[in-house]
Design a protein around this ligand. Sequence first.
Ligand code: HEM
Length: 128
Amino acid sequence: DNSMTLFEAVGGEPTFRKLVDEFYAGVATDPLLRPMYPEEDLGPAADRFALFLMQYWGGPNTYSVQRGHPRLRMRHAPFRIGAAERDAWLRHMRRAVDRLDLPPEIAGALWDYLERAAHFMVNAPEDP
Ligand code: HEM
């Protein structure tokens, strides 16, 4: 069914929760990324990220009800994101996407978006 949202096609909220949980399990052990997260508990950050992704892919708009317009580049401005941070982020995300065992076409659409979004979030030049 072409009218199905990707949110529905992947199995809705449980799939996004699983994706984000896997991703944050990686972040929790990452020496570059973990110190960037201001809170001791990664749970609230994981929740915001899951809600954002669900909304982006056609699920409920709870993210914007709670947080307003995403303005993701602005919200990332306090963090120094260079190529190394982006690549570490993408490495954990790649692993998390793979663990979902989605049909290749759907996994591909999800990954293309995440990869583009991660490049878009870079806000710091590399050290010379
Ligand atoms: C928030 C890091 C890319 C979506 C955050 C936070 C950090 C962070 C440290 C603050 C945690 C919190 O308190 O919520 C990074 C790094 C990235 C990256 C290092 C590397 C490229 C992305 C991408 C997306 C994204 C590509 C979207 C596809 C979000 C969302 C929030 C967030 C939705 C919560 C915003 C809010 O406050 O409502 N990120 N991020 N991030 N990030 Fe990222």
